[in-house]
Design a protein around this ligand. Structure first.
Ligand SMILES: Nc1ncnc2c1ncn2[C@@H]1O[C@H](COP(=O)(O)OP(=O)(O)OP(=O)(O)O)[C@@H](O)[C@H]1O
Ligand SMILES: [Mg+2]
Length: 374
């Protein structure tokens, strides 16, 4: 009797113990899943046959909810991924990390890490965990930096090469030719000014990027700024035989802004309007309250120039982007003007809109928030 009683007690203990262990395992699984769901990187757990057993929320958002229970290769169509998982599942390696580019509509680069899961955790089943971090923006930034350095070097080298050429000619063949000397010195001055303008623009850009998060504090009158810019550009408009027409609405509200930076914005837009227009045409500047948004001003610069092919419009504010490099350079341009405009406007919580018709002309519109009145 006594021994039978003990047997019953022991069986109950064992059952209770098992139930407790099972509850603990379920709790652990839930906790791990909650932690994985809180991560921004995509995480999959695969079994020995490379079937996806779990995908965290980031993985389901990126690769689709149906990814779970699917074959790894059909979700991530890359042989390298399959091979890495195979090596880890066969225990050839504990962890494999690699960089993977998936050719989606837009190619995406991932840093992928495959790690074998401890058998203790998986009930002796072979399982691997895969994390996929989207690093496309890092690779793009690296490429932009490389392109930028290459562009700066090229833009600085061209006037330098030209200057060295003139110096050599002045030391040799043109040594005693006063007419050639005069002409070459003019060209050399032009090259030196070009380099100085380029360095000035680059410094402007890096200063602007550093201060982008701090919005300007002063209140400025755009009417005054626009009139000053138009007056300063008169010599260029006379040479180009272009007339500048300025319309400013009565009682134009003040804006919060930096007067020097806004001057730079309109100087570049109006100068572009003049430079890229046909001779004898008008560049029309209009400053008024934006009819479609309260508390916003619209300042548009309209030219009757060659217009811009739509494919170029989204790229115009990139540094050094010029539709016709040779032509812009001949006109003394560095291709940094609109990049500077973009950064100034970001700082002003403002934006630029470009409208253009090939052969007819373009309208560059700036939308600026109005200063609050007390
Ligand atoms: N109003 C316009 N009409 C036609 N093309 C334009 C106009 N404004 C700009 N562009 C094109 O956009 C390019 C970039 O303009 P951006 O002002 O950045 O550089 P840039 O005028 O060439 O040189 P910079 O302003 O540095 O002296 C120009 O080279 C030109 O091809
Ligand atoms: Mg310009």
């Amino acid at each position: 009797m006594l021994s039978g009683f003990f047997l019953i007690e022991n069986t109950r203990d064992i059952r209770q113990h098992f139930a407790q262990e099972q509850r603990a395992a379920v709790m652990l699984k839930k906790s791990v899943q909650t932690i994985l769901n809180g991560l921004s990187v995509a995480v999959f757990v695969i079994d020995a046959k490379q079937i996806i057993r779990f995908g965290n929320i980031a993985a389901q958002e990126r690769f689709g909810i149906d990814a779970v229970e699917d074959d790894l290769l059909s979700v991530i169509p890359a042989k390298e991924c399959q091979k890495a998982a195979e090596r880890v599942l066969k225990n050839d390696e504990t962890t494999v990390s690699l960089e993977l580019t998936l050719q989606d509509v837009v190619p995406t680069t991932f840093r992928m890490i495959v790690t074998r899961l401890d058998a203790e955790l998986t009930g002796k089943k072979a399982r691997a965990i895969i994390s996929l971090e989207d690093i496309s923006h890092i690779r793009e930034a690296e490429q932009m930096r490389i392109d930028f350095v290459a562009n700066v070097s090229h833009e600085l080298r061209s006037p330098l090469t030209s200057l060295s050429g003139f110096i050599e000619t002045l030391q040799g063949a043109a040594k005693d030719d006063p007419i050639a000397r005069e002409r070459f010195l003019d060209l050399m001055l032009n090259d030196a000014q070009r380099m100085s303008r380029l360095i000035g623009d680059l410094l402007s850009l890096s200063k602007l990027q550093a201060s982008e998060r701090v919005a300007p504090q002063e209140t400025v009158n755009l009417d005054t700024i626009l009139r000053r810019v138009v007056a300063s550009l008169e010599p260029i408009s006379n040479t180009e035989e272009t007339s500048i027409v300025l319309f400013v609405s009565d009682n134009l509200p003040m804006v919060v802004g930096d007067a020097d930076e806004l001057t730079q914005v309109f100087q570049n837009l109006i100068e572009n309007g003049i430079k890229y227009s046909k001779r004898g045409t008008e560049v029309i500047i209009t400053a008024e309250a934006d009819p479609s948004h309260d508390n916003q001003l619209r300042i548009s610069v309209r030219d009757h120039g060659e217009g811009i092919d739509p494919q170029h419009i989204p790229r115009l504010t990139e540094r050094f982007y010029r539709i016709d490099k040779g032509r812009s350079r001949d006109m003394g341009g560095t291709g940094l003007g609109l990049a500077i405009v973009k950064h100034i406007l970001i700082r002003h919580r403002a934006y630029l809109h470009i409208d253009s018709n090939l052969g007819l002309g373009s309208i560059f519109s700036v939308f600026l928030p109005v200063a609050e009145t007390e």
